[in-house]
Design a protein around this ligand. Structure first.
Ligand code: SF4
Length: 96
């Protein structure tokens, strides 16, 4: 998925459309080497070593640029919420 602004610049995230600092190029010339295309678990050593790597896969790209520590805190909170609100109730229901 890509998003396009009025100047035909391209973006990978709805929150960045129009901010040229986060553009991935143009329709004709996508910068496939930009951080936006490389931001995935297998390209992030710290995430490969993290127990949450398979869950968040590096999390939000913008958060990783602006505040990586906060990104990880939010991913951990998201994982805890998932376990408490979804996984545990589902397992309890499966037992009965
Ligand atoms: S919590 Fe942080 S270090 Fe762990 S996988 Fe997610 S982004 Fe990477």
């Amino acid at each position: 998925m890509i998003y396009i602004d009025a100047d035909l610049k391209t973006y990978r995230c709805t929150y960045t459309v129009g901010n040229k600092n986060f553009s991935t190029g143009t329709l004709e010339n996508q910068d496939k080497l930009s951080g936006w295309y490389k931001h995935m678990l297998l390209n992030l050593p710290e995430c490969l070593a993290c127990p949450l790597g398979g869950y968040c896969s590096g999390g939000c790209r913008i958060s990783s640029v602006i505040n990586p520590k906060l990104r990880c805190q939010e991913e951990k909170a998201s994982f805890d919420f998932f376990v408490k609100q979804v996984l545990i109730p589902w397992l309890k229901q499966s037992e009965s």
